[in-house]
Design a binder for this molecule. Structure first.
Ligand SMILES: Nc1ncnc2c1ncn2[C@@H]1O[C@H](COP(=O)(O)OP(=O)(O)OP(=O)(O)O)[C@@H](O)[C@H]1O
Length: 310
């Protein structure tokens, strides 16, 4: 059986001067070459957990195994094999984009020639040709974010740890990030550990998620497994100028696209409430991850899907 990228056991983190732990007895496995996403409300302990996975913060109790080895004892190996992109902050800002990407590849053990090739590929794929000679810290917020992502994946590390990578990025660049993550996983076999609030966009590339609540893991599973564990609902989308006139609660996440959630038993009544024009523009689909996470967050504290779930 392939070794898991991470095995986390009974992990607890209490920051100095704080009474409330940021992580409480967290146990989970992250498989090699999977895209694993941590979801949860602000302050639920996601960043704390991934900073410990990146060996930037020491656990107060519990253990982390990185490809079978104790991560704390082998922190240097974790730093070499895992790229980390923080939620905020900026590294190598005094170098040009070209130098920073090249240097990151070299730090991950690439030869000079391979680091140059890697840099050229990244610059081309990320459309950074125009800014390649600019000093990174003088770029716009979105460009700097993309450069941080580039530094994190330069040299194609075994593990890529991303904390809100799409913050401050426009739609095209957000899509680029998800595409690159999917390619890294398929082509290089990298394991990707991700924290994001862009759940709807990331869903297409996610293999499994852990839902965090108040420092604990409240559930781990594939989106399909989570879907089976929450109240059954279908997502109904109607494309219309105006809010459909029916008793269901509607939201309009994009202009002209109305969403509601319907129990399968209610579907005939629901359809009967629509006008012929709306019926021509209706789509019924499984509920998305965002809905599942909200439901899961609202569920009883005690309800945990599995124990150590691998
Ligand atoms: N360096 C620190 N020192 C003290 N407390 C901290 C530190 N970093 C985080 N915390 C606290 O730990 C708890 C968990 O924070 P963390 O940043 O891990 O949550 P998060 O789920 O990533 O939140 P967000 O979605 O807002 O980024 C919070 O109560 C936070 O105030």
């Amino acid at each position: 059986m392939p070794v898991n990228a991470y095995e986390v056991r009974g992990l607890t983190k209490v920051y100095a001067g704080r009474k409330q732990p940021a992580n409480i007895d967290v146990s989970l496995d992250i498989r090699s070459a999977e895209l694993f996403c941590l979801l949860g409300n602000n302050g639920s302990g996601k960043s704390t957990l991934i900073r410990q996975l990146a060996c930037l913060v020491k656990p107060s109790a519990g253990r982390i195994f990185f490809f079978g080895k104790d991560a704390v004892r082998h922190a240097q190996e974790v730093h070499e094999r895992a790229g980390y992109m923080p939620q905020t902050g900026f590294s190598l800002g005094h170098l040009t984009v070209s130098e920073a990407v090249y240097f990151s590849g070299r730090l991950r053990g690439l030869t000079r020639r391979d680091a140059r090739r890697d840099r050229d590929e990244i610059v081309e794929r990320f459309g950074m040709g125009r800014v390649v000679k600019d000093v990174s810290q003088r770029l716009s917020g979105g460009q700097r974010r993309l450069v941080q992502f580039a530094l994190c994946i330069a040299g194609r590390p075994d593990v890529v740890i991303l904390d809100e990578p799409t913050n401050d990025l426009d739609a095209g660049r957000r899509r680029l990030i998800w595409d690159v993550c999917a390619d890294l996983k398929h082509d290089t076999g990298s394991t990707i550990v991700l924290v994001t609030h862009d759940v709807a966009e990331a869903e297409r590339v996610i293999d499994r998620v852990a839902i965090m609540r108040e420092g604990r893991v409240a559930g781990v599973g594939t989106p399909a497994e989570l879907r089976r564990n929450v109240e059954e609902r279908l997502c109904v989308r109607v494309m219309a100028e105006a809010r459909p006139a029916s008793t269901w609660e509607w939201s309009e996440p994009e202009r002209g696209s109305w969403l509601t959630y319907v129990h399968p038993c209610e579907l005939p009544d629901f359809m009967a409430s629509l006008t012929p024009e709306q019926l021509g523009n209706v789509r019924v689909e499984p509920v998305g991850l965002r809905y599942l996470v909200n439901k899961w967050q609202a569920a009883d504290q005690g309800r945990v899907l599995g124990g150590v779930v691998s």
